[in-house]
Design a protein around this ligand. Structure first.
Ligand code: HEM
Length: 348
């Protein structure tokens, strides 16, 4: 009898643990009954923040990737350093330049005021990334996002080091990295298109400043060298450069690569398939971007998405939904945080 009770208790606890974190069923309209208008509130805060700084939108799109590739979509990327956790994901070099957390905090504050302890930070990241994509693509990228994720309690810098791709990676490394998360070569190419927006630090593409002509458009390399103040950027003098040559200042582009002057646009951070055109012209920032041209399959997809902007919009939306469904490791504890930057046990 005692054995039976123990068995029942163990089974119950295992089920509760699974419910707590991984294997939760996500649903579109998850908060319809518990917190009406969640998605409207998220959208209005995201749109307002992008209107005052378009870069915030790029930050939010990247945040989804960096959250979900490390321990699943559990808002672990948002946790701040604390006495209980001296090395959270944020500390990883792979998270250099991570931004948009202030937008997530503003959304969380608005939602806590409306329906306390109901909406997870992980869901907020997913909704916000969708809304930022929609706004920056002028409606081209749009898709329903399921909700129901929980916030994790674990965040380790070394996990971010291990799971986020290196900007100097070659194609084999990138494919391996994405395959580990069950993403195909095609999805790697689709998601890399997010580099049509946002910025990067010079140290993140230092190798490109001296890369051979066969790997980078020499005019573009000169432009990057001038923006970075030389070929050896250092952590103490780390300039920030736009990811998309289209977003550079016109005069600098006209000087370094006259053939590209016509590509420069007034509106920065427009999310579209320009990344693929830039890539075929060897004018992309990271070695990992250029590396997509080095394999037959990946290159074929780069050509395909350069030709078909609408297809990329749709496929990018599908890939972001898939990304947003990556679950926490089995058995992980989950909760609805009251504050996105700290776990509840620490916060209370
Ligand atoms: C394929 C492998 C990838 C590598 C190696 C990579 C690497 C990087 C690096 C190094 C930066 C600049 C960080 C800095 O120096 O400030 C960056 C920026 C960015 N990445 Fe990626 N990334 C990859 C995939 C992705 C994916 C899948 C997404 C989203 C779907 C994404 C979205 C972005 C965005 C939007 C920015 C600009 C962020 C901002 O301006 O705040 N990246 N990426």
């Amino acid at each position: 009898m005692v054995k039976l009770v123990c068995f029942v208790v163990v089974v119950f606890m295992a089920a509760a643990a699974a419910m707590a974190g991984a294997d939760r069923e996500l649903k579109v309209g998850y908060y319809e009954k518990t917190c009406k208008d969640v998605e409207k509130i998220v959208n209005s805060i995201v749109v307002n923040s992008i209107k005052s700084n378009r870069g915030k939108g790029a930050g939010l799109v990247r945040l989804l990737f960096h959250d979900c590739f490390v321990r699943g979509c559990d808002a672990s990327v948002l946790l701040e350093k604390s006495e209980m956790n001296m090395h959270p994901e944020k500390e990883s070099q792979a998270n250099i330049g991570i931004r948009g957390m202030d937008v997530i905090d503003a959304i969380k504050a608005a939602l806590e005021a409306r329906c306390p302890n109901t909406v997870s930070c992980a869901d907020i990241i997913a909704y916000a990334a969708r809304d930022a994509s929609r706004y920056l693509s002028r409606g081209g990228v749009d898709f329903p996002v399921p909700g129901g994720r929980l916030d994790g309690v674990v965040s380790r810098s070394r996990d971010a080091d291990a799971f986020l791709p290196d900007s100097a990676a070659n194609l084999t490394g990138l494919v391996r990295n994405f395959r580990r998360k069950n993403f195909t070569v095609e999805e790697l190419v689709i998601l890399s298109g997010a580099h049509s927006i946002g910025v990067t630090h010079c140290t993140s593409f230092a190798g490109r400043l001296t890369a051979p002509d066969a790997q980078i458009n020499p005019g573009y390399r000169n432009l990057l060298v001038s923006k970075c103040g030389g070929v050896s950027p250092t952590a103490t003098n780390n300039h920030v450069v736009v990811n998309n040559v289209r977003d550079e200042d016109g005069a600098a582009v006209a000087r370094a690569m006259p053939g590209f002057a016509a590509r420069v646009r007034k509106a920065r951070d427009y999310l579209d398939n320009s990344y693929y055109h830039n890539n075929l012209a060897m004018a992309v920032t990271f070695h990992a971007d250029w590396a997509l041209l080095t394999g037959k399959e990946a290159r074929g997809h780069v050509v395909e998405y350069a030709k078909n902007a609408t297809l990329w919009n749709v496929d990018f939306g599908d890939a972001l939904v898939k990304l947003s469904k990556l679950a926490m490791p089995a058995g992980s504890k989950g909760e609805i945080r009251t504050k996105c930057s700290a776990v509840n046990s620490y916060h209370h």
